[in-house]
Design a protein. Structure first.
Length: 117
């Protein structure tokens, strides 16, 4: 699987977990018809569930960051290799063709021809 696809999948997973967490947050309002002990139990279950989701999100972010670092490192390695090859090629060309100095030819004056009438 390519790094780009893996990063996209992890990003989708993070979004899905965030949506689940938002859904959980909406269903936590205490119900007045229940006694306090029941509401406390519901709150405890809610907090446990939220904690699990947040832990999943954090681990997904860690995985995403790790894969992103690997992807970036591979891109930079390829770029560095390309630059090294280009530099070597340019140095090779510079060694093959030393700069030659041009010798200027002196211009000799031609004798002027006089026209006869």
């Amino acid at each position: 699987m390519s790094s780009e696809n893996k990063l996209a999948q992890i990003k989708q997973k993070i979004e899905h977990l965030r949506q689940e967490l938002a859904t959980i947050n909406q269903s936590t309002q205490p119900m007045p018809e229940l006694i306090n002990a029941t509401n406390i139990l519901r709150t405890n279950e809610y907090l446990t569930h939220v904690n699990e989701k947040k832990t999943e999100i954090i681990s997904s972010y860690e995985e995403y960051a790790k894969d992103l670092e690997q992807f970036l490192a591979s891109v930079l390695e390829r770029k560095l290799a390309f630059l090294k090859k280009t530099r070597a090629r340019l140095q090779k060309k510079a060694k093959k063709k030393p700069k030659r100095k041009r010798i200027k030819k002196s211009k000799k004056k031609k004798p002027s021809k006089k026209r006869r009438r």
